[in-house]
Ligand binder design. Structure first.
Ligand SMILES: [Zn+2]
Length: 230
């Protein structure tokens, strides 16, 4: 029987540790073999890659990351999609009817480009998923209060959202609300309100998460979704 495994990570186990050890990940309830992970380049694009068998292990050892992409989707059991984040938002998608999963890195630019819609579209087009069956799992990311940007970036972000018919939903000058934007985008993509799950944690405030803005470091949370055979 197939089952969907989801892990929205904290600072342990961490991405640098994984890159250093190149070993299987021991996660709550599941051992994830390193050779079955798929890691993408995460270039702040809105590109969602459709995984093949040969993509397993991408980003580990000599096997290059999936180029350019900031998201991917698979229906291959045993393949685990990994998104690394520290302030940006990981969004994991599961469709238990069609047995399809997807994962995206939705930072400021990915969110501006509505990468979550690209993921839902990829699941529909490639695997025949019905958005009404898709559950989205939004992980920890930086909150509006702690996410201040330049006026230029703020205006560009808000302008794009308004052009797309979304509400910037921020009352604070030069602050961005990424989580609320993603939520609107998921609803527009056809997901049901009750199928949007949310970890209400701010990476900047919570010491159990890496925060790029707070730490200026290069370590990241590990977020994983995959289909397992039981
Ligand atoms: Zn915060």
């Amino acid at each position: 029987m197939k089952k969907i495994f989801i892990h929205l990570g904290t600072d342990s186990p961490d991405y640098r540790g994984l890159m250093h050890a190149q070993q299987d990940l021991e996660l709550p309830g599941q051992t994830v073999p390193a050779a079955n992970l798929v890691i993408c380049e995460q270039t702040h694009s809105s590109l969602v890659h459709i995984c093949r068998e040969g993509d397993s292990g991408a980003g580990l050892g000599a096997h290059p990351q999936i180029p350019v992409a900031d998201g991917f989707s698979t229906n291959i059991p045993g393949q685990f999609l990994l998104i690394r984040t520290a302030d940006c938002y990981p969004v994991l998608f599961s469709d238990a009817e069609a047995m399809v999963v997807a994962a995206v890195h939705s930072g400021r630019e990915g969110t501006r480009q509505n990468i979550v819609e690209q993921a839902v579209n990829a699941m529909m087009r490639n695997y025949g998923c019905d958005p009404a069956n898709i559950v989205a799992h939004i992980g920890a990311g930086i909150c509006e209060d702690h996410y201040e940007v330049s006026e230029e970036i703020w205006r560009e972000f808000n302008q794009t959202l308004e052009q797309q018919g979304f509400c910037p939903c921020t009352k604070k000058f030069r602050h961005l609300n990424i989580r609320t934007t993603i939520f609107q985008q998921l609803i527009r993509a056809g997901l049901k309100f009750i199928n949007i799950e949310n970890i209400h944690a701010c990476t900047f405030e919570n010491p159990n998460y890496f925060s790029y803005r707070r730490d200026k470091g290069n370590n990241r949370q590990i977020n994983i979704i995959g289909i397992i055979n039981e």
